[in-house]
Design a protein around this ligand. Sequence first.
Ligand SMILES: NC(=O)c1ccc[n+]([C@@H]2O[C@H](COP(=O)([O-])OP(=O)(O)OC[C@H]3O[C@@H](n4cnc5c(N)ncnc54)[C@H](O)[C@@H]3O)[C@@H](O)[C@H]2O)c1
Length: 263
Amino acid sequence: MVGTTTLDGKVCVVTGGASGIGRATAELFARHGGIVLVADIDDAAGGDTVAAISALGGQAGFMHVDVSRVADVQAMVRGAVALGGRGRLDVLFNNAGIGCVGAVEETEEADWERVMAVNVRGVYLGSRFAVEQMKMQRGGSIINMSSAIANIGLARRAAYAASKGAVLALTRSMQVDCAPYAIRVNALLPGTIWTPFVEGYLRRSFAGEEAQALQAIQRRQLTDNLGRPEDIAAAALFLASDESRFVMGAGLTVDGGMSAGKA
Ligand SMILES: NC(=O)c1ccc[n+]([C@@H]2O[C@H](COP(=O)([O-])OP(=O)(O)OC[C@H]3O[C@@H](n4cnc5c(N)ncnc54)[C@H](O)[C@@H]3O)[C@@H](O)[C@H]2O)c1
C-alpha cells in the first residue's frame, strides 16, 4: 500500500463507511495499512467502498450493521475480531449518523427518537462491545462522531445538536473509565463537510435557494473553502494512530474556523 505504515495491521471498524466521511476514512485507514471493516445499512454503497479499497491493494470487508440494533453491533465487533485473523479490534470509528432539522417545538417525537437511536444509542452500543474486547487486549482507540454543533447553537437543529452534545459528554466519561486499560476515546467535531448528508439537507430545507444557503455556510466559517470528507478522514487517522498516544478525551474541532470567531 502507498503512504506510511501508521495503522499497519491494525483492525479498524468504520460505521457509516458506505458514504461521505466514513467512506473517505475507511479508504484512508486502508491506505495506511489498516484492515478495515466497513459497517453500514447501505449494502450496495458499502460494497463499493470495499471494492475501492481492494482496487488500491488494501484489506477490507463489509457487514450489514444497523448501529441502533444490539444484535447487529455485537456481530460487528465479533466480525472485526475475526477479520484478518488478528483476534483483536484496534480502532472503532463510531461515525454513522443521521440529521434532523427543526426547532424544538417543530420536532416530532418519532424524529427525536430516530436521531437519538442512531446518533447516541449507536455510539453507546458500538463502544459497549468494543470496550469489552479492548479491555481484554489492553489497548485500542475509539473515535466518536460529534459535531461543532455540540459547542455552538445553530438554527433549527434541536434534536441533532442534543445528540451530538450527548456524544461529546459520553466521550469524556468513557475516557475516564477506559484510561486504565490503555484505551483512548476521543471525539471529532466537524463543521460543514460537503457530503450527501449536507447535499440532502440543502435540497430539502432550501429548495431553489441552495446557492444562497451554501454562501451562508461559507460566511459562518473563516475560509471560503468547503470542508471535504478527506479533511475529517485525516483527523480520524491521527486519532486512530499511535501518533496521538497523548490525546485522550479530546474533542477535535475541524470546522474551517466556524467555532473560533467571526471575521
Ligand atoms: N457532513 C457534515 O457536515 C457533518 C458535520 C458534522 C458531523 N457530521 C457527522 O458525520 C457523520 C457522517 O456524516 P456524513 O456527512 O458522512 O453522512 P453521509 O450521509 O454521507 O453518510 C452517513 C452513512 O451512515 C450510514 N447510516 C445511517 N444510519 C445508519 C445506521 N442506523 N446504521 C449504520 N449506518 C447508518 C448511511 O447509510 C451512510 O452511509 C454523521 O454522524 C454526521 O452527523 C457530519
